[in-house]
Design a binder for this molecule. Structure first.
Ligand code: NAP
Length: 267
């Protein structure tokens, strides 16, 4: 339920990033999420180095940029990602966000990639429930494997429609930026205090409690990014935490859901 994000890892120093991803694999965080966009291909190369010799342990996720998601463009982009990732197969290939190219062209390309064995499954990212309905109408009931969306304690918008949609249609929900991309609840804030109190009870950190909160529903996977080995170990260990119903209710109250936003948030 907890994997490894890699956005901006090209800024962390190659050796450190490779070490962190490998430490994550050692600790059982075998889902690795990347994208052709990250570092303009540089992060896929880092991931390729990190998983060399360990490909069988990894559930590898990467994403095609919307501007490349045409019938032919998606196929070419996938082949280039495979080269940078030093592998012959991607486990899950996502459309990074809705594209100006017709979605049926993207889906035809994804299905071709699947038939050729270059990807095992495909999915979407930053799709709201309406867009998911349209995609499902084109792809059929077994087409979409996952939707990757913004989800952290302070941003629970997907709980209104996207999460129930994914639950209903047995589509995995991947929670990106689970720590708010660095904008984590401040220690003195209402939410920060509740996280700290629950963390103390469990002998865990506030970040671990945040992850446990996000993955409380079985269809949710979280993909924290960590280039620090200590952070990696901490994130992996969060998978063992079982929050009580009362703790979940306290967290839900401390991080209010709010009204459904007009547009699905991405930041
Ligand atoms: P994030 O995971 O919310 O936060 C990353 C930050 O948290 C880093 O500064 C990291 O530090 C720190 N951190 C990690 N573990 C920690 C811990 N246990 N304790 C304290 N700090 C910790 O940010 P994100 O990169 O935005 O999101 C995660 C992943 O989601 C991305 O890397 C990417 O794979 C994916 N994503 C997808 C989309 C999309 O549109 N589909 C958009 C955004 C992100 P260190 O690195 O120094 O360890």
């Amino acid at each position: 339920m907890i994997g490894q994000g890699t956005w901006n890892m090209e800024r962390d120093g190659r050796a450190e990033a490779v070490r962190a991803i490998r430490a994550g694999l050692d600790a059982g965080m075998t889902l690795v999420d990347t994208a052709e966009m990250y570092g303009a291909g540089a992060v896929e190369e880092i991931v390729g180095e990190a998983i060399t010799g360990r490909r069988d342990e990894v559930f590898l996720v990467t994403k095609v940029l919307p501007e490349n998601a045409s019938r032919r463009g998606a196929v070419t982009a996938c082949e280039e990602s495979l080269r940078r990732l030093r592998t012959d197969q991607i486990d899950l290939y996502l459309l990074h966000w809705p594209s100006a190219h017709p979605l049926d062209d993207t889906i035809i390309a994804f299905e071709e990639l699947k038939q050729r064995g270059l990807i095992r499954w495909w999915g979407l990212s930053n799709f709201d429930a309406e867009a998911l309905d349209r995609a499902r109408a084109l792809a059929g009931p077994r087409g979409i494997a996952a939707d990757q969306v913004l989800y952290h304690p302070q941003q629970r918008a997907i709980e209104h429609e996207v999460l129930p949609w994914c639950d209903r249609h047995e589509v995995a929900l991947m929670a990106y930026s689970p720590f708010g991309s660095g904008d984590f609840p401040l220690p003195g804030s209402r939410g920060g205090k509740v996280l700290a109190a629950i963390a103390k009870t469990h002998g865990k950190t506030v970040h671990q409690i945040a992850l446990a909160f996000l993955i409380r529903k079985p269809i949710v996977f979280a993909i924290p990014k960590a280039a620090t080995v200590a952070h990696v170990a901490e994130n992996a260990a969060a998978a063992e935490i079982v929050l009580t119903v009362v703790e979940i209710k306290r967290l839900e109250a401390a991080f209010p859901l709010g009204h459904p936003p007009p547009v699905l948030p991405t930041l």
